[in-house]
Design a protein around this ligand. Sequence first.
Ligand SMILES: [Zn+2]
Length: 459
Amino acid sequence: MSNFIIINIEHGLTGRLGDHARFSGALRVRDGVIHEMGNLQPEAGETVVDAKHSVVCPGFVNTHHHLFQSVMKAVPEALNQPLDPWLMEAPYRFWPYLNEEGMRTTVTIGLAELALSGVTTVADHHYVYSDRYDYNPSDVLCETAARFGQRFVLGRGGLTHGRPWHRDDIPPAPATSLEHMLDGLSSDVARWHDPSPTAMTRIAAAPVTTIFNLREGEVKEVAQAARHLGIRLHTHLSENDTYVNTTLDRYGKRPVPWMAEQEWIGDDVWFAHLVKIDEREIDMLSEAGTAMAHCPQANARLASGIAPVPRFAERGGVVSLAVDGTAANEAGDMAQTLYAAFILHRTGGQADATTAENVIHWATSGGARALGLSGIGTLEPGKAADLLVLGLDHPRYFGQHDRTVGPIISGGELRLRHSFVGGREIVRDGVVPWLDMDELNEKSLQTVDILKRGAQRAH
Ligand SMILES: [Zn+2]
């Protein structure tokens, strides 16, 4: 269905700011691209989508996730822990026991959650690569995303040394040599990377956490290798005070100026979190066009803090939104992330710190900028038809004076009537048509069981 017209659009959000934030009328798609918008009539024989009592907006772009964690939710030992012990108790406790079937299951769960909460583009940060695996996680990730029909950016990670856990029951992190990591990156680029502005699959260079998991010279080497390959750079940065204090102790500098010295700054870089950044760091990042993947729920859940998002946006910084791995955020639900971003920043005492228009802009256009996908992110002629039709047929939305912002500011599960990627429908009436949920549920139980047994044996 890559040629169609959406009619009766009363509540349209473009993902743009200012006078262009809203639209109404109709929207015509030709060959997967938005052809025209406005006062249009269906042509003879044209497929029609009726948007009566619905909101039409761009598909959401989730710029940071760890799909392998979708079978590591609600781990009791990790549930009430801050970031550093949580890392041990959740992802690093279980990674060795994720076989290929388990990997496929966890990726399917995560992508299903995202698809059903309006995500049309996913950036996954995967850093668990090991000789213990008899499969390449990158292939499982990219193949599964292709099955869902979502655009997929794989942040191909890795680490050259793990943090010391000082615990016998936690397996060491899957460290490899830098050469091995860069070889894996090059072969993933050769197999999967498409540089086009509407790519379905891309690769980025994404060491897990540069400050903790690479040695000093290696950080710059990764940046240079990535630019040589023509790919973007991604990592976790300044998620909590430990990042800042470690960088200050080790290098006498705060994380952003130190990373800038390692050539990790520019409009081809996006960082997850940036919770602990000062005014100078905000200026450096916004001037360079380096984007933030704001993960409000994981930052709250792990007691890391609240990123200075309104300030960063005010200074011209590129803000995008992200769910983050679900070992630190028990649902991979992007609509919840929009709601969290909308409400959380007001706790600082400023009721207009965020608006619904800002939030949808960050979740769509901001995400596209962070990932360098210039052909998506807004609804305007010439952009790919990545868009959502969100029903307002739930009492949550009844009584709202401005119904257009309902799905952004009310929270709760979306009424996802249609989700399109490049004009191809990937979700209809809250269902991924090819996906057997009962089977996925069974597989999730089996995978959790395998992980638990593996961890128990190590105890
Ligand atoms: Zn993360």
